[in-house]
Design a protein around this ligand. Sequence first.
Ligand code: TRP
Length: 347
Amino acid sequence: MSITTAMPTASPSTFVSSSLPATRTIFSGIKPTGRLTLGNYYGALRRFVDVQNEARCVFSIVNLHALTVEHDPERLRRLTCEVATLFLAAGLDPRACIIVRQSDVPAHTELAYLLESTVYVGELTRMIQYKEKGRGRPMTRASLLTYPALMAADILLYGSTEVPVGDDQTQHLELTRNLAMRFNRTYGEVFVVPELSRAVVAARVRDLATPTTKMSKDAPEESMGTIRLLDPPDVVRRKVMRAVTDAGREVRYDVERQPGVANLLDILAACRGGTDPAGLAGGYSSYGALKREVADAVVAVVAPLQERYAELAADPGYVEETLRLGAERARAMAAPTLAAAKAAIGL
Ligand code: TRP
């Protein structure tokens, strides 16, 4: 398979149809630190697919961010490839958007340094994720502290106007905006300041075993609360059937008092294309019946994705070619911003 043949005249900087409003540029990234879950699908991948034809889009496997905590090089490489393949399997089209492995574009780390020279230590130590994962521990990697400068670089390099992320990233996005404004004020107008407003997430898929926390790819591999996109159907079914429900028997949509059941209804609603979860509750007389229906619905979503994944995985050259092309376009798109930032700051 070849991608280039399908787009004969596209050059790196002009491949996006010029009839699109030049004002919308979307960037988002997924850290390859775990096997992607149903939460990543509804929180990120599906949304990426939905917007890829509406704006200039750059979707990145942000592997540099995976170095901020202890990691295994081989596993990182494997997960990076798996995430890239899942981007394609979920429906991202390399002719419509840029799919890029972050480490393929040196401009990310170059701009990150300029932004480390813009951000204050006080701002970095205030970040919730740093406080939770690293503060006060001598063996915390320095990159965990500076992570938000790299994330800001990811976003600002492409002139992004929108950054679809989960609400756990709001603080990082606010910092990105502040850094862009500070840099512009101090050195001259270089960066587009991204919007905050469009970053709000839809209902979040929560863990099946702990329905008060989000379903995270970083949960232990063997966690029964996490549905991985590449879990075989029987595993999906087993996990759903074992999901924690709540005291009582009634199927009601009550996030506060019945978080387990509400989560199942949220998942069912998402799988059915975003129907109203509360409205679905009335259709079930028992938790068992609801679970069977949820299991079927999830399997119906992941099965076709897994089929495409298997096809893509059988032709690793295609994924590699996608990333090569993505890197080329991303480098071209990022270059002017990096050059302007360097010139403005005095380099
Ligand atoms: N920090 C994000 C997360 O943990 C991942 C990420 C890195 C990102 N760089 C980004 C998201 C830029 C959006 C834009 O989920």
